[in-house]
Write a protein that binds this ligand. Structure first.
Ligand SMILES: CC(C)(COP(=O)(O)OP(=O)(O)OC[C@H]1O[C@@H](n2cnc3c(N)ncnc32)[C@H](O)[C@@H]1OP(=O)(O)O)[C@@H](O)C(=O)NCCC(=O)NCCS
Length: 290
């Protein structure tokens, strides 16, 4: 049988379950179901695939995104779920999907990016992608729980998801060199499928997503209509003392003291092509990554 090309869109319900099973069989963190059950798959996410009957042989997920490049908002693309069934690898299926996506860009300057893994560092350069090193941003901060605890978010509730989606639309973006804005559907994937904790800071109409790693608090995301001194809110976000904070976004304007310091992040395997910076001091938001 010849592999057939299809597109799986947000309303192709019959294919969603097959796609979720396919990615779960290939990626350890490939559980898309809780996200889809919360309505996360919208028109900005599409999967290009080769299939044989009802079996998916290869896939590439394409997210249309609002990127921020050198301070300007531009329509960009992020790839994810790049995968070929083990028995069908080495037959050019992935190549044909990636080349099709590249051919469907507005033009060759449209930014397109992806986060890879160590097994494919030589794969993406075959398609014109170049590695771009981003920064890891940390701040020493000895803090203990204090103040009124922030209110845990419950994104199982529709009204809280609607509030978060609304906040994503209106929140001030973080970062200028290479960042993203209004990526609710990707944010919801992380919050539905990973052990992250979301909180509301009602006084600032803010949403914060954090993860505890030993005595480090990773603040993956902070969304609010206006920037505020997030460092002062940390005691409200923790249940036990911490010694340092890592930021999953550019904390400029969010953090007063002690000043965050950035270093090269060798773990984030970001590949890009199109009109994007060739380097510099930036942190693409953790929860905008697919
Ligand atoms: C990476 C993967 C998607 C490649 O799929 P595939 O359908 O076998 O790839 P193709 O046959 O289209 O290969 C295209 C080209 O890339 C080369 N290639 C394939 N896998 C490669 C790899 N891991 N590293 C470097 N080159 C690779 C092929 O030799 C081929 O070269 P050619 O066109 O010059 O002949 C597949 O191995 C896979 O599913 N891996 C596990 C999931 C994964 O890690 N995905 C990446 C997530 S970021």
């Amino acid at each position: 049988m010849v592999a057939e090309f299809i597109r799986i869109t947000h309303d192709d319900d019959a294919w969603h379950g097959r796609f979720f099973d396919f990615v779960a069989g290939i990626f350890s963190d490939g559980n898309f179901r809780p996200w889809a059950a919360r309505g996360g798959w919208d028109a900005d996410y599409e999967v290009l695939a080769f299939v044989e009957g009802e079996q998916i042989l290869a896939s590439v997920g394409r997210s249309r995104m609002n990127l921020i490049v050198r301070g300007r908002r531009v329509a960009g693309i992020q790839l994810g779920a790049v995968a070929t069934d083990r028995a069908h690898r080495g037959q050019g299926l992935s190549r044909r999907l990636i080349e099709r996506i590249l051919g469907e860009r507005q033009d060759s300057t449209q930014p397109i990016l992806l986060f890879a893994n160590p097994s494919v560092l030589d794969f993406y350069p075959r398609f014109g992608f170049q590695r771009l090193v981003q920064r890891r941003v940390m701040a020493g901060l000895a803090a203990s729980p204090g103040g009124a605890p922030a209110r845990p978010a419950d994104l199982g509730r529709l009204e809280e998801r609607q509030r978060l989606a609304q906040l994503c639309r209106h929140a001030a973006a973080s970062g200028t060199l290479l960042s993203a804005h209004n990526y609710y559907f990707i944010l919801l994937w992380h919050l539905s499928c990973r052990p992250l904790q979301g909180f509301w800071l009602d006084e600032q109409a803010a949403f914060v997503a954090v993860e505890r790693r030993g005595d480090r608090l990773v603040i993956h995301e902070c969304l609010a209509p206006r920037r505020f001194a997030l460092d002062r809110g940390v005691p409200r976000l923790i249940a036990a003392p911490i010694r340092e904070v890592e930021f999953g976004f550019d904390p400029a304007g969010w953090w007063e003291t002690p000043a965050p310091a950035s270093s090269e992040d060798g773990e984030a395997l970001l590949f890009v092509q199109g009109d994007v910076p060739s380097g510099g001091d930036f942190r693409f938001p953790n929860l905008a990554q697919t």
